[in-house]
Design a protein around this ligand. Structure first.
Ligand code: TRP
Length: 328
């Protein structure tokens, strides 16, 4: 028997980077063994933000599935699917929208923040207000009990629990477990320039970056700003180059030696960065190889099959839901 039912998703907004690997994908990969996992491309959620220019969403969805598989998400073990290919997501979201008080959504911190921060896109729409309602439906449709997410998603998880509780209270039926968030152990990976990693800053290493680009990016990385020459003792803590070493370089002795010499002013940035370049490329190589070996046809087959497997569970859930609502 598999332990838990796990559902998680990502919006297909562009190519994935190292932050996604340590922040989510490694965790997803490890959970596949003992749990029943559903990993979803949230293309409807992407559309809520990008409806004015939706042309990239389809291609990003396919590319994202390739990235997932390259990082070890295994279509034999997990159900990999695209949200819009399972229409029950919208059906359950509609049901949930009927019983979700407006105030819960208007108070949602992520919603308020996006309306305030995002410029150049009109997000004050009926659909976008309901973003967490659709997310609750995503989870409930598979009767998911664990949801691996980053801290930024906690308000949505809290709302999902409240919506599910309200459904169960109204109809006196326990169709849905209350989903619990599962936070990744690794804290958010910092950007190459020590700022928050962000698409708009371009301060990340993408899984699709070539060895050459990785080298270029590593050599432009931020280090200790007070260390203007190699013979000045430097700081290792909070220094992105060493943060990346700690995560991606498996040779702990090499790291210890570099840190010792860095703190003593006895190693140049060039050596530290070359060793990090090598470690990152060694980490990325099998991911690149796997990606190259995947044909479009193979990926399309995987998402077709995923939609069938997900659809089976989704239909079971919807038929239970409709019974509660006396629709059948
Ligand atoms: N909102 C999530 C994000 O932006 C994506 C998402 C959609 C999701 N549906 C989900 C995550 C269900 C977990 C469970 O990252």
């Amino acid at each position: 028997m598999k332990k838990n039912t796990i559902l998680s998703g990502m919006r297909p907004t562009g190519r994935l980077h190292l932050g996604h690997v340590v922040g989510a994908l490694n965790n997803w990969r490890d959970m596949q063994e003992d749990n029943s996992c559903f990993f979803m491309v949230a293309d409807w959620h992407a559309l809520m933000g990008e409806y004015e220019k939706p042309s990239d969403i389809k291609n990003n969805s396919i590319e994202m599935v390739k990235d997932w598989i390259s990082c070890g998400i295994d279509p034999e073990k997990s159900v990999i699917f695209i949200q819009s290919m399972v229409p029950e997501h919208l059906e359950l979201a509609m049901v949930f929208s009927i019983l979700t008080p407006l105030g819960w959504l208007e108070r949602c911190t992520t919603y308020k923040e996006q309306l305030r921060e995002v410029k150049g896109r009109m997000l004050a729409t009926y659909g976008f207000l309901g973003y967490p309602v659709l997310q609750a439906a995503d989870i409930a449709l598979y009767r998911g009990d664990l949801v691996p997410v980053g801290v930024d998603q906690l308000p949505h998880l809290e709302l999902a629990r409240e919506i599910i509780r309200r459904f169960s209270g109204l109809y006196k039926k326990d169709i849905f477990p209350e989903p619990k968030p599962m936070l990744t152990k690794v804290s958010k990976l910092v950007g190459l320039d020590n700022r928050k990693m962000s698409k708009s800053y371009g301060n990340f290493i993408a899984l699709s970056d070539t060895a050459e680009i990785v080298k270029k990016k590593v050599f432009s990385m931020y280090t200790d700003p007070d260390r203007v020459r190699a013979d000045i003792p430097g700081k290792v803590e909070g220094n992105p180059v060493f943060i990346y070493h700690d995560i991606f370089n498996p040779d702990k002795e090499e790291i210890d030696d570099l840190k010792k010499r860095y703190k003593a002013g006895k190693v140049g940035d060039v050596e530290v960065k070359q060793k990090l370049t090598d470690a990152l490329n060694t980490f990325l190589d099998p991911i690149r190889k796997k990606r190259e070996s995947l044909s479009d046809k193979e990926v399309l087959d995987i998402i077709e099959q995923g939609a069938v497997r997900a659809g089976k569970v989704a239909k079971e859930t919807m038929s239970k839901v409709k019974k509660c609502l006396h629709q059948m």
